[in-house]
Design a protein around this ligand. Sequence first.
Ligand SMILES: Nc1ncnc2c1ncn2[C@@H]1O[C@H](COP(=O)(O)OP(=O)(O)O)[C@@H](O)[C@H]1O
Ligand SMILES: CC(=O)OP(=O)(O)O
Ligand SMILES: [Mg+2]
Length: 402
Amino acid sequence: MNIFVINSGSSSIKYQLIAMPEAKVICTGMVDRIGLEGSEVQYKTFREAGEVKKSEVRPIPDHSEGLRLVAAFLSDPEVGVISDPGEVHVVGHRVVHGGEKFSQTQLITEEAKAKIKDLFPLAPLHNPANYLGIEVAEQIFAQAKQIAVFDTAFHSTMPAVAFRMAIPNEYYEEHGIRAYGFHGTSHKYVSEKAIDFLGKKESKIITIHLGNGCSMAAVKAGKCIDTSMGLGPMNGLVMGTRAGDVDQSVIFYLVNQLGYSLDEVNTVLNKKSGMLGLTGFSDMRDIKQRYDEGEKEAVLAYQMYAYHIRRFIGSYAAILNGLDAIVFTAGVGENDALTRQLVCGEMEFLGIQLDQGKNGERSAGLRVINTPDSPVKILVIPTNEELEIAKQCFELVERKQT
Ligand SMILES: Nc1ncnc2c1ncn2[C@@H]1O[C@H](COP(=O)(O)OP(=O)(O)O)[C@@H](O)[C@H]1O
Ligand SMILES: CC(=O)OP(=O)(O)O
Ligand SMILES: [Mg+2]
């Protein structure tokens, strides 16, 4: 079964064509900088002789054009992997917000689409792009089943004590205002890998997803019991451009004292804050370079980034009532030894002992970076949201056929 996985972001589309159940990646790539100058479509496939790559820098005004270009690469006479869109049997969509309506992978119907649309206000940077991806894929891959896998689904096991907020009941009861959590597909994927590695189903694990968006989850016996993002993907950790937790008073100050509109406040907290607000850069590689040069702003920003992760580790160790492993994943978590060092530095009290040498090594796959006698394992596990989405789509289709 060929499953085309689409991870549609606000300005990019990441995609993979995966043959299941073999989990063989047939091709992969992304469309970058949609609607901006220098937009580009990238495509990579694998032949016996090695990788074959193709890319094109050209104006890509919207997601629809982006997906059309990808579809053209898929059936390109030179580098293509299919001769007809009908060879894609399932399209798996990452949908960021599923609200309380979706706690499972879902076949996309008109009704499901309407519900995804209802959730636009809760994830304005993500759900509209995901929705658009669905509409375009329905046109291009008209014969395929369209399936949604929700970022929020893995967190649906959180108890009320974690997901409710101490505001009047009617906001939850009438409007669904509660914490939902995000990056669930990634937290699920790496926590399952960690449980396999530890060989203990009941393990108490903290997963730390550090990409552009950053979040953490407390996972007990394979189930999420708390996570750092909430109603939308804004709060919790310091991120590339998002502030994470800020005192609510800041919002009132910006509005009442500085005359900001609520839209402007939203833009500040979502797009101009985090590492960008502290250093002028959102890409960790740029900030690392400045940290190494001893630039004061970069040093403080790195320390704050790690500090907030440490605070969540402490609180999650407390609510898990113990800790077997912490897991670093996603772009920064997998690649940035400095972040891991600053996070794990002074946590012997919790049994977290980093091996500096192992932390600095680079290799593919799961890595163990704690000292041999560290009570808590420190793991680096590359995430693979696309593969997890393909797996869940495959399981849903198989289940429906039996
Ligand atoms: N070698 C590296 N060292 C440090 N940071 C890196 C490295 N490679 C990627 N990153 C960081 O990873 C982040 C992007 O992570 P990613 O998981 O791809 O995010 P997203 O899926 O949200 O776009 C960027 O901040 C980037 O700087
Ligand atoms: C939900 C979220 O923050 O996603 P991303 O990290 O892809 O922006
Ligand atoms: Mg990501």
